[in-house]
Write a protein that binds this ligand. Structure first.
Ligand SMILES: [Zn+2]
Length: 217
């Protein structure tokens, strides 16, 4: 986005109204329990239809406040919230529920500095994602190769997947006296997982939203 006037134009959420149910309270993590406190608008100087909405909401659970800037286009709206929850409360909507569960636990393990757990969770998240794409094989190595051979993963993503697998393997199949997972490795493996899931789920979702937007009204 190059200008705030592009908010809600071309990408965002369906429908042209912002709903507080889309926001999680950054303080108590309750979702969508908000009452509006103030609302201001600014219209685009050369386009009366386009406006930016400046709302303040109060959480009905903990009485914290959030500021929401939102705007709508023809079919979509988009928004930015300040402040945002520092603890992850929800996986991206386009992830299947089981993948998202492991994804979230991998990130939470990182933030709590549980490096072994982060590596195992990232590895499991990768495995369950590949299985949702009909991976075949008797171990994760073969499953990665089978999905890559089907053409779904380009070579660089195949290499990444094997990196995640190798980094997570030690923690998933520990030996007595095993050294703890290196924090840098744990951070890398979770980042690799993020790239992969973005490629497998987020990118196709964004492309399909783009195609729907291009359909005649
Ligand atoms: Zn709250």
């Amino acid at each position: 986005m190059e200008s705030w006037w592009q908010l809600g134009e071309g990408s965002g959420q369906w429908y042209t109204e912002f709903k507080p149910s889309e926001v999680t309270c950054p303080f108590c993590l309750e979702r969508g329990n908000f009452g509006i406190v103030s609302h201001f608008e600014k219209k685009k100087p050369n386009d009366e239809k386009k406006k930016l909405n400046f709302d303040t909401y109060k959480c009905g659970n903990c009485s914290g406040f959030v500021m929401v800037l939102w705007s709508a286009g023809d079919r979509l709206h988009d928004f930015r919230v300040l402040p945002w929850p520092l603890k992850l409360s929800k996986a991206p909507e386009e992830f299947p529920a089981d993948v998202g569960r492991y994804w979230m636990q991998a990130h939470r393990s990182l933030s709590e500095e549980n490096w072994d757990a982060a590596a195992v969770m990232a590895r499991s998240s990768l495995q369950i994602a590949l299985r949702s794409f009909k991976a075949e094989g008797k171990n994760l190595k073969e499953e990665i190769d089978s999905v890559a051979d089907s053409g779904l993963l380009p070579p660089i993503m195949k290499d990444w997947s094997h990196n995640v697998r190798e980094l997570g393997n030690d923690s998933a199949h520990p030996e007595p006296g095993q050294a703890p997972t290196d924090p840098n490795d744990a951070n890398d493996i979770v980042q690799f997982m993020d790239y992969l899931l973005e490629y497998l789920y987020t990118l196709p979702t964004r492309i399909s939203k783009y195609q729907k937007r291009r359909e005649p009204k």
